[in-house]
Design a protein around this ligand. Structure first.
Ligand code: DHK
Length: 152
C-alpha cells in the first residue's frame, strides 16, 4: 500500500454553495469553513493537503490526473457527478491503483432520492463516508494517516 504524504481534497459542482444551498440537507457551514477545518486536521495528522472546488468536470479530471501522477491520495465529494460520471470514475481508477481515494457525501445519499443511491465511484473507492456532515472529510484524512501507520 502506498504511503500517503499528501492528500488532494476535491469538491464537485454546487459545493461552492455550501451554507446557502439547502442548509437543512447540507448544513450552515461554508466551504471556506470546511477548508479551514480540513487544513487544521491535516496538519495535526502530519499530512500535506490541497483543497479545491470546481463546477467544471474537466477541472476535476485534470486534478485527479495530477493526483495520480504525484501518487497523492484523494478525498472527493463529487456532488452530482457521483451519479452520472463515467469519465470521473475512469480518472479515479488510476488513483485507486495508486494511493487510493475516499468518496465523501455530506448528506446520507441512501436516505434520499433513488437516483442518489447509485454511485459510479464507490466500487473502486477505498471507502465511502455519507451522512456524517462535513466531518466526513476529516474522517477520510484520518483514515489515510492511520493507514500509513498500519491501522487503516
Ligand atoms: C452533494 C451533492 O451536491 C449531491 O448531488 C449528492 C452530495 C450528495 C453530498 O451529500 O455531499 O447527491
Amino acid at each position: 500500500m502506498v504511503n500517503v504524504h499528501h492528500v488532494l481534497v476535491l469538491n464537485g459542482p454546487n459545493l461552492n454553495r455550501l451554507g446557502k444551498r439547502q442548509p437543512e440537507v447540507y448544513g450552515a457551514e461554508t466551504l471556506a469553513d470546511v477548508e479551514k477545518r480540513v487544513r487544521t486536521r491535516a496538519s495535526n495528522l502530519g499530512l500535506g493537503v490541497d483543497f479545491r472546488q470546481s463546477n467544471h468536470e474537466g477541472d476535476l479530471l485534470d486534478w485527479v490526473h495530477e493526483a495520480a501522477d504525484n501518487r497523492w491520495a484523494v478525498v472527493i465529494n463529487p456532488g452530482g457527478w457521483t451519479h452520472t460520471s463515467v469519465a470521473l470514475r475512469d480518472a479515479l481508477a488510476e488513483v485507486a491503483d495508486g494511493a487510493g481515494f475516499v468518496e465523501v457525501h455530506i448528506s446520507n445519499v441512501h436516505a434520499r432520492e433513488e437516483f442518489r443511491q447509485h454511485s459510479y465511484l464507490s466500487e473502486i473507492a477505498e471507502g465511502v463516508v455519507a451522512g456524517l456532515g462535513t466531518l466526513g472529510y476529516e474522517l477520510a484524512l484520518e483514515y489515510f494517516a492511520r493507514r500509513n501507520n498500519g491501522n487503516g
